[in-house]
Write a protein that binds this ligand. Structure first.
Ligand code: DC
Length: 231
């Protein structure tokens, strides 16, 4: 059976990674979370003191890009690949509100995007890939056989992200999470390089009122149809 590339784009906290992981597991495909890559570069910038509330040393970050190594390693217990920054597992550290607050600044830097897009395209050479992000169907894999664009209201998304952060023990307020979701929507859709837009041939999925099961069944049907079309 031919393998395809499935590109999943959309706003933050629309459940892209949940559906991407489910699909990859079901189809025996590799799953890649590109947001984790931009978050890892942001964590690096924060750890090296290159970024703070009122200062961002873009030039220093660009200069240090060759020393930033990001790779994924499959975790058999969790059933998905975790992200490593310079050989350290940063899967948990990249999901803080602090990293979320700065990631849009870092992901707007063209040199950062160029480095990560190149790495992402290499991962798709063998196909059999489900990748989620903001520019997968438009920039990384404009010829992907299936493109999905996920949507949900800002409130629904903030509630989901708030629940996740509270469950892992972070001390955050719902208002701060909603503000971050709205700010990132604005920055992700207004940046000059690869802004978040729906590809013309992407299928839109608004999951505000879909259960996880309904969403998965819908997406799996689309994936099966796209695979059949390739044969
Ligand atoms: O999917 P996420 O919320 O973990 O992504 C974090 C940020 O990374 C998001 O606000 C925008 C950026 N991003 C991007 O610019 N391009 C991608 N392909 C993936 C994420």
């Amino acid at each position: 059976m031919d393998k395809i590339i499935i590109a999943i784009d959309g706003f933050s906290s629309t459940g892209k990674s949940t559906v991407a992981k489910q699909l990859a597991k079901h189809l025996g495909y590799v799953y890649v979370d590109t947001g984790a890559m931009y978050r890892s570069v942001t964590l690096y910038a924060l750890e090296k003191g290159l970024i703070s509330n009122d200062d961002f040393n873009r030039e220093a970050l660009i200069y240090q890009l060759p020393s930033i190594n990001i790779h994924f390693k499959f975790n058999e217990i969790l059933g998905f690949a975790e992200v490593y920054l310079n050989d350290v597992n940063v899967e948990k550290d990249i999901r803080t509100l602090k990293v979320s607050s700065f990631v849009s600044k870092v992901s707007a830097v063209s040199e950062v995007r160029q480095k990560l897009v190149e790495q992402q395209q290499k991962m798709g050479e063998q196909k059999g890939l489900v990748m989620d992000g903001r520019d997968i169907g438009t920039v990384v894999f404009p010829n992907a056989e299936l493109k999905l664009f996920m949507k949900a209201s800002a409130q629904t998304r903030a509630e989901r992200r708030y629940k996740e952060l509270i469950e892992r023990g972070d001390d955050v307020s719902y208002e701060a999470v909603l503000k971050n979701v709205e700010e990132r929507d604005y920055l992700d859709t207004h940046r000059r390089d690869s802004p978040l837009v729906k590809a013309d041939d992407a299928i839109e999925i608004d999951n505000s009122y879909l259960s996880l099961e309904e969403q998965f069944n819908k997406v799996l049907k689309l994936a099966r149809m796209a695979i059949e079309d390739c044969e």
